[in-house]
Design a protein around this ligand. Structure first.
Ligand code: ACM
Length: 290
């Protein structure tokens, strides 16, 4: 290679590196303790928490405005809002002031009620995900998501969303990763203990980042009670737990990541988690059991 050619090559490498460094971003995991039915109080608390720590992308818990332990559908109706409702508007206002993006879980009122997550930014609503795999009594109140697993291109990389119990179905994270998601924003209301460790595998098998934002506290409503496990975390494409929060405290945890790292799908030089897949050998429909 001639001197000039080598120089151009080095400059190109440096330019790509600088571009990658520029695309490093800061995740703000918000771990809150919502009060059942206190939408305005909960929203104010979330905005206070977000305002206390600067991030590029804030990830908030599932149903973080309404609370979780519903007794009747009419409660969900009363505490739900459209995807461009008052909460989205206030989070857009926050995003505009801070130049950030926000993912938050909410009860969505549309033709049906959905357990949804919205992604908003300085220019407004970017997109909505409707929880595909409803957990336990959620099935009494919400319709299952009907739009699959969409992804969205943000200035720092491609982001997808899944919600809480979606973690137990590997297809959720896989669908997002196959669509090019570099970071999975994962609003949650975890009650079982397995998810925080399981997300290590979800990230490793897809070589993606995941930001799981859980809530804390015990919610008691209409004779039912649930305790949420906190433990919000950010996991890297190599399965490293970059940040993990406590089981019981509200707060914001900041974590700097380089989303470009999730573009590299190799585990070893000859083993690539996407190219090594054998879909022709998989059972994709209903299992043939019994
Ligand atoms: C859950 O999906 N909220 C456990």
């Amino acid at each position: 290679m001639g001197g000039t050619e080598a120089g151009v090559w080095v400059s190109l490498r440096l330019a790509v590196r600088a571009w990658e460094i520029e695309r490093r971003m800061r995740i703000g995991l918000v771990q809150s303790a919502p009060v059942f039915g206190g939408v305005e109080r909960n929203r104010r608390r979330l905005l206070d928490l977000m305002g206390s720590a600067r991030a590029d992308l804030y990830v908030l818990p599932e149903l973080c405005l309404s609370g979780y332990v519903f007794a009747e559908t009419k409660e969900v109706e009363a505490l739900s809002e459209p995807a461009d409702g008052p909460s989205a508007q206030q989070f857009v206002e926050f995003a505009r002031k801070t130049g950030s993006f926000v993912v938050f879980g909410f009860a969505e009122r549309s033709t049906h009620l959905y357990n949804s997550a919205a992604l908003v930014g300085p220019d407004g609503l970017v997109g909505v995900y409707r929880k595909v795999h409803l957990f336990d009594r959620e099935r009494l109140f919400f319709a299952p998501g009907d739009r699959g697993f969409p992804v969205f291109d943000l200035p720092f990389g491609r982001v997808g969303m899944m919600i809480c119990f979606d973690w137990i179905f590997p297809e959720s994270a896989r669908s997002l990763a196959l669509r090019g998601a570099q970071l999975i924003a994962h609003p949650s209301n975890l009650v079982l203990p397995h998810c925080p460790d399981a997300m290590v595998t979800r990230c490793l098998e897809n070589r993606v980042f995941a930001a799981t934002a859980d809530r804390v506290g015990r919610e008691l409503h209409a004779g039912r009670s649930l305790t949420f496990i906190g433990t919000s975390e950010v996991v890297s494409p190599s399965g490293e737990i970059l940040t993990r929060m406590s089981r019981d405290e509200e707060g914001v945890a900041l974590c700097d990541v380089d989303p470009a790292a999730a573009l590299q799908k190799q585990v070893t030089p000859m083993s690539d988690v996407f190219e090594g897949r054998r879909p022709d050998q998989y059972t994709l429909g209903r299992p043939d059991i019994g």
